[in-house]
Design a protein around this ligand. Sequence first.
Ligand SMILES: [Zn+2]
Ligand SMILES: [Zn+2]
Length: 319
Amino acid sequence: MLVRFWGTRGSLPVAPTAETVRRKIANALLSANGRRFGDEADARRYVEQELSFAAGATYGGATPCVELESGASYFICDMGSGLRPFGIDSIKRNAAGHSKTYNFFQSHLHWDHIMGFPFFAPAFDPQATIRIHAGHPDAEEAFRRQQEEISFPVPFEWLRADIEFVQLTPGQTHEVDGMRVETILQNHSHGSYGYRLTDGDGRTVIYSTDSEHKLEQMAVEAAFIDFFREADLVICDTMYSLADSVSMKEDWGHSSNLVAVDLCHQAQAKCLALFHHEPTYQDEDIERMHQESIRYEELTRDGPALEVICAYDGLEVRL
Ligand SMILES: [Zn+2]
Ligand SMILES: [Zn+2]
């Protein structure tokens, strides 16, 4: 299975400003310290290998959209603004013979998770099939409402693809085009759903975003430990640093990097991807949180190592 991150930011799309780009270039020139580069490839090696990720790149700013490439159909978690580039890319793959069946799994219906759909070009293709799986009974209402005239110029009724809404039930195992799918209800405004997706090769990905874990409710947390059990990859809402999550932002519906490490340790998951980054955090803040998470994982490890990666727009993870 190949996991492709098309959008990793939470709540609101963001883009680097002119000031941010200038600061990064100036600092990169400073740290090159007069060194000369033979060609672009040589300079690129320096950027990729000698600068930190935050100094030489960016985590990106599109809102949640993650593709799981496995089998003939498409599998996509959430339709944040990262859905637009995915849609354009998939049209190229369709021209090369890929199936036009799109299976979506919606964590929930907040704007940052559905805002990409009005810009999803395959929705205009009469040969495309779009199945939107959600735990919510009111998913269709949310999608239609976002394209009402007061909010958007193109109504939902103009879309030409065969669009179907499928409600999934927590506790049941569903089979979708060769993918085994289970869901769990999460603590978030209007409810959100985590997904456990296992492909034909037995690779398991957990997609669990917009989920607030309460340290004092261990009975609830035991269900999540079970749900995450021995997953190959856990994509987890780690919007806030722990200090932010327990002081100012309790009950905002999100979790911290450290809680995610604890849950993954207890579930004996293999890899954790930090996800749904706070839009006010700069690349350096996210990188610091990543390093802090790696250190915390090492300090609290009591069994096999958990790899901690930090999702960014464009990241591909092969399982
Ligand atoms: Zn969100
Ligand atoms: Zn939300």
